[in-house]
Design a protein around this ligand. Structure first.
Ligand code: ADP
Ligand code: ASP
Ligand code: MG
Length: 416
């Protein structure tokens, strides 16, 4: 990494930010206005608006379970439209710009279609174009394998592209430009008075993102943390400061005990009943899940009675169908007498780096849920998070009530 490359800035714009031709022209104006301060600018784009959802729906019209190589080739087209349009809009303004697909700028991934991981980025093409004073515009969300197959990184994956490109270039900043003002204490669509944080740590961002705050992909925060690249999550609709995500040692103020209340409705819960109480049963279940690439978010094994036990786990809703086939196999193999899959559940989490060292926060969360008459199905906690699985129909109300407990509507930021 040369010293000069430190001056590179990467800006990623999400779907809402480039949803219409007017928005693409607005982003062209914004990029142009940034150039005097950021002459070496790389822009990563998502597909326009809900294009990717539209492509998924289209695939379901021709196949029952669209997946794999063909699906990725289809999904990757959305970003190709937005980058080329921004290239045209910038050129129309007289700004030198070039749009590139991830394949054209050397973003190599593994071959795990739909959930590929970036393995390397050959920065020569990008650096060459920057040398020629061009704005470089790159398709987010995708890559190419060594065999030239097009892959995608999973939904919301343009954030990962932005972070990985910023890391590979040793950029000064990775800006995540979106439709909200920054990272807030809750989703502002659920809690309109949620507060923006001027700065949070990478760890807090990762926990919030992985507990459902979709403003940033957790893998993007992980990549920037590993390479020490500051992230600036900000609105693409105005130029005010958003939220800086930096190392905890760079935080100026001590952070509040709770930085966010998040929810995730895209989960399912599996309960295995009457599991024989002998060594190896849990290993059997979780090895089978791992063999099918199903990752599990929360596990509870309850004390057994009369030689039988119960194993409960929570997974992403997209894995529920896979888990269903395994449950049938476990019943046939005698691993469990019965297996229940519940899809009408959701998770609510409170996140904060001082959660473990601040007594009483979990009790406050549980008391609010009790006051609201909401039953808690499972609880999990870690150093930075307390999460409860509850009925999906209650989760929006739960988020508002728990948020108001830690951030009373009139209080200043950091009041918890
Ligand atoms: P983009 O298309 O720019 O990638 P996303 O829709 O993926 O945008 O992410 C932005 C959305 O994240 C916001 O519109 C907001 O509804 C949601 N969100 C959820 N939790 C939070 C939070 N804690 N702070 C900010 N936004 C949040
Ligand atoms: N277009 C992709 C999606 O909708 C990637 C992204 O927007 O980050 O998931
Ligand atoms: Mg996103």
């Amino acid at each position: 990494m040369s010293d000069g490359s430190r001056s590179i800035a990467v800006q990623k714009y999400g779907g809402t930010s480039v949803a219409t031709p007017e928005r693409i022209r607005a982003i062209a104006d914004r990029v142009t206005a940034c150039l005097p301060d950021n002459p070496r600018l790389v822009v990563v784009l998502s597909a326009m608006g809900k294009t990717t959802d539209g492509l998924v729906a289209l695939a379901h019209e021709v196949a029952a379970r669209p997946q794999g190589r063909e699906m990725d080739l289809l999904l990757a087209t959305g970003e190709q439209v937005s980058v080329s349009l921004l290239g045209l809009a910038l050129q129309d303004k007289g700004v030198a710009a070039i749009s590139l697909t991830a394949a054209q700028c050397g973003i190599r991934t593994d071959a795990a279609f739909n959930i590929a991981r970036i393995e390397s980025i050959d920065t020569r093409r990008i650096l060459g174009e920057l040398e020629r004073d061009r704005v470089v515009i790159i398709t987010g969300f995708q890559g190419v394998t060594d065999e030239q197959e097009v892959t995608t990184l999973g939904r919301g994956g343009s954030d990962i592209t932005g972070a990985a490109v910023a890391a590979a270039l040793g950029a000064r900043v990775c800006e995540i430009c979106t439709d909200v003002d920054g990272v807030l204490s809750a989703d502002p669509n659920l809690v309109p008075h949620a507060q923006r944080w001027p700065a949070i740590s990478y760890e807090e961002a990762i926990e919030m993102a992985s507990s459902g705050a979709k403003v940033l992909h957790p893998r993007a925060a992980e990549v920037c943390m590993a390479y020490g690249i500051p992230i600036h999550v900000r609105s693409s609709f105005h130029s005010r400061e958003g939220t800086w995500i930096v190392g905890s040692k760079d935080m100026v103020m001590e952070q509040a005990a709770v930085v966010g209340v998040s929810s995730d409705k895209k989960i399912a819960k599996v309960t295995l009943l009457d599991v024989p109480d002998r060594p190896g049963m849990a290993a059997h279940v979780f090895q089978d899940l791992a063999a099918d690439d199903i990752s599990v978010r929360l596990i509870i094994q309850s004390a057994s009675s009369e030689g039988r036990g119960r194993i409960t786990f929570v997974l992403d809703a997209e894995y529920a169908a896979g888990a269903e086939s395994l449950v049938a196999r476990w019943k046939a193999d005698g691993v469990a007498a019965e297996g229940l899959i519940e899809r009408d559940v959701a998770k609510i989490s409170i996140v904060g780096s001082r959660l473990a060292s601040t007594p009483g926060l979990a009790a406050r969360m549980f008391s609010v849920l009790a006051r609201e008459g909401i039953n808690i199905d499972c609880i999990s906690s870690s150093e930075m998070k307390v999460a409860c699985v509850i009925g999906a129909e209650h989760v929006d109300r739960a988020v508002r009530a728990v948020h108001d407990e830690f951030f009373p509507p009139t209080a200043a930021p950091g009041a918890s």
